[in-house]
Ligand binder design. Sequence first.
Ligand SMILES: Cc1ncc(COP(=O)(O)O)c(C=O)c1O
Ligand SMILES: N[C@@H](CCOP(=O)(O)O)C(=O)O
Length: 423
Amino acid sequence: MTHLEITQDEPAEATDGVWLTCIECGEHFPPFEGIRYTCDECGGLLEVRYADLPTFEDFGDDESAFHGGVWRYSDALPFDEGVSLPEGNTPLHDVPRLEDEIGVERLRVKHEGMNPTGSFKDRGMTVGVRVAQEIGVDRLACASTGNTSAALSAYGSRAGLEVLVLLPAGKVAAGKIAQASLHGARILEVDGNFDRCLDIVKDLADRGEAYLLNSLNPFRLEGQKTIALEIMEQFRAEEGQFPDRIVLPVGNAGNTAALYKAFRELETTGAIDENQIPKITGVQAAGSAPLVEAIEEGWDHIERWDDVETKATAIRIGNPVNAPKALPGVRETGGTAVAVSDEEITDAQRSLAEEGVGVEPASAASIAGLRTLRAEGVVGDDEQVVCLTTGHLLKDPDAAAEAGTDPEPVPADTDDVLEHLRS
Ligand SMILES: Cc1ncc(COP(=O)(O)O)c(C=O)c1O
Ligand SMILES: N[C@@H](CCOP(=O)(O)O)C(=O)O
């Protein structure tokens, strides 16, 4: 039994209408007293709960508020403001050629690469670092395939806090390491994959050595929830209805969990009906697809993959810690999960680039997954779809250069240049 249904009955543990609930046993905990990432009683994942939940009208509709990003949604967050760069309010692109080629009624791309450090992680960090300040910690830490470390380094540094990041050696794209480095994080390169890095960070956090800001921390997901709120508002404003389906890349499954929570909260307040919840559709790289395996096998848990490999290094993850939240999210919304090859990811990255949308490989998995599901007839030609692209092209310059065209050396002379162009 899980306790994913949102209740607003305020328990004694609440502070200002906010508390934590275990999704497995239903135990409640105070939000900012003591540090916990999972349930003290059963080890289950925790969710942030609120006595008052907003509807769309509560977010306000004036132009300045609409461009306010994550904190415009403060009624759905534990604080009114936080350490902000600012983040959110990312574009929802038209991609007409892809829409025609894939053959759906409407296709939009929500480009989270346009956040301040170039990925959706900023939405989570603005809230997570605010909570760290509330609790009063000195050192923040994360395991990372790159983007989490870039975001934590920027937000932690802005907050004046020490940042420690553990990265799988040799498996993190250059742009991301450069970000963590320049923002002043202490970077440890671990001789092991991301999942081992996270095991170690969890141990460090349990020993009181650092405050963990991976998506196991339920407050991170509150910030990432705003992706769903923005998509719903932007899509309805432009298309007159909510999307039928949201397709997203899956790594640690934080976004999948966060989107599902946003939809459950909107349904609880009556802002949307159950049948207006978009189908959450996850995409993983074939070499790193434990969540797809669990969906295909009908399991209520994932089996950890110890050996994972993909050129989409951001989603090179074999033990998605948010699976207990994400699996019901996929199933209860009528979504699905699909694996795609690295070649399909690169093709999708090129197709997005042709539309002017520059993304890192993991992000392109959403388009690759949609292509596969449409070809298989799982996605219908009448569907209105949003694909989430999670990180910017410049995060992984090596992958971009490999997927793109090579520079051609020419002499520094106009006639030679013309001759070269004609040859
Ligand atoms: C660019 C990018 N896309 C997708 C993901 C997967 O997101 P999630 O862990 O929320 O499933 C990550 C990190 O995990 C990422 O960095
Ligand atoms: N892709 C992630 C992996 C860690 O995910 P998190 O959301 O649990 O922090 C990264 O960029 O490190």
